[in-house]
Design a binder for this molecule. Structure first.
Ligand SMILES: [Zn+2]
Length: 150
């Protein structure tokens, strides 16, 4: 019974995220990017949309998420398991960032991570919250840690 109501709670949250990311325009932007990249869009799990076969070589990533749209250059079957959980957390981050401001905040987080450790993801707050390991990212130590370790 608990599991059943938990399930219902999750479905409600996914549904809310889906609606919020449409209204805040991040999902429509994701769909535009998918069309520009000539990707094939289909419904996925948890209210997400999967865009396979994305053809623009930027950003350099196995997959990336804009609103509820998860985009990848790879073919059907790539968006599963840990990677999908990771990208799904990014979709939730868009909802919490009121949509498009997330893109600016994400670029700032990339800059901060780069300054701290020389890698764009290791100290990027969005990637850390989305789980570095599940996103396939390394855990570079921050520069000051490296100095004390030497
Ligand atoms: Zn990520």
């Amino acid at each position: 019974m608990a599991a059943l109501s938990d399930n219902r709670g999750m479905r409600g949250r996914y549904r809310a995220r889906q609606v919020i990311n449409y209204v805040n325009l991040s999902t429509p932007l994701g769909l535009l990017i998918a069309v520009a990249g000539r990707a094939r869009v289909r419904r996925g799990e948890h209210g997400l949309l999967y865009a396979h076969g994305y053809r623009i070589p930027f950003p350099v990533a196995g997959a990336f998420t804009v609103g509820n749209v998860v985009l990848t250059a790879h073919e059907e079957g790539y968006l599963t398991g840990a990677l999908l959980r990771h990208e799904s957390r990014h979709a939730t981050q868009y909802a919490f960032c009121v949509g498009l401001p997330m893109l600016i905040l994400y670029v700032l987080a990339v800059a901060v991570s780069f300054v701290l450790c020389g890698h764009y993801a290791s100290w990027n707050v969005f990637e850390r919250l989305a789980d570095l390991d599940e996103g396939g990212y390394p855990r570079h130590p921050a520069r000051w840690r490296r100095r004390t370790l030497e």
